[in-house]
Design a protein around this ligand. Sequence first.
Ligand SMILES: Nc1ncnc2c1ncn2[C@@H]1O[C@H](COP(=O)(O)OS(=O)(=O)O)[C@@H](OP(=O)(O)O)[C@H]1O
Length: 322
Amino acid sequence: MMFFQKVSKLLLALVVLLLGVCCIYQIFGDSVFSPVDFCRNRFGAARQRIHSDFITQRRRYPKALIIGFPKCGTSALLSFLNIHPDVVSPSPEIFFFSDHYSKGLEWYRRQMPPSSPDQITVEKTAGYILKTSTLRRIYAFDPEIKLIIMLRNPVTRLLSLHAHITEKLPEPERMSFEDWLYKDHAFQQRVEYYSDYATPIEKAYNIFPKSQFLFLKEEDLEADPISVISEAQAFLGVRSVNMDDVFIFDQKKGFFCLNKTHPSLPALRNKVDHSNGCLKENKGRKHSNISDNLLRKIVKTSKPCVERLVRVTSKKFNWDYY
Ligand SMILES: Nc1ncnc2c1ncn2[C@@H]1O[C@H](COP(=O)(O)OS(=O)(=O)O)[C@@H](OP(=O)(O)O)[C@H]1O
């Protein structure tokens, strides 16, 4: 009798100790293991999985960043990369190196989802490329980090920006694409600013070795997501996985979406709309029509920017109109 009492006390103490350790892990945000899950999954394979999660799952710093450019398909790229079992990412943008740097690296790490050692964490904040100070912070954080940059035809980027800005305005304040471009008599500055990919890239090249960059085109991602994602996966160094049947072109949305029946869909949580597997409504909006005259003016103004981009990156972009 005494023996059984001692054994049960010992067991109780062990359980309390285990729960205590779990709680500490939870509090410090370093593990996905929870005592509730533990109780729910006491037996068999589930216990095995939880045990290994407990040992290996940690919030890890990103080894790759998608740093630009805003409105160039960065969200689609990240969502589609996430279907790979070895890629994890936080959602939405973290803005750590640009806006929250003072919160410290530990804060940054806690924004990351838990991952195992064979997974790679990828963070995307599309505006990181825009400021040299932000890029320097990234270099100080990890000089070997992989950097992905998405680029887009300046004309469609401007249309996308216009759709994004007007969507947020109350109806009476909404402007046509043309009025927005000419607002404050700043047509030239506006078009040049949003077409000038070369200046931020040049600055980034002064900080990081060129080999750490991957440039992808929004147009390619839109037309052939499998090829673009394969290229990004190779750059990230993750094993290649079969992506047949992963994407389905959604006629209503006018974009490729994830196949609703794909097993990765539940894991993408809030990254895609689970009713159709597409990116949320604020990605892939309808753009304004544009007159030939306005198109010519935009192209004329932005052409030198595109030519500079080609010189700086030594790449061809083959964008329509240029
Ligand atoms: N598959 C798919 N689904 C939805 N949207 C897609 C897709 N592929 C590319 N795109 C284009 O991505 C544009 C948004 O770019 P970003 O995600 O970089 O925008 S943001 O800077 O993060 O706000 C978004 O711009 P808008 O069309 O203006 O919404 C899309 O044109």
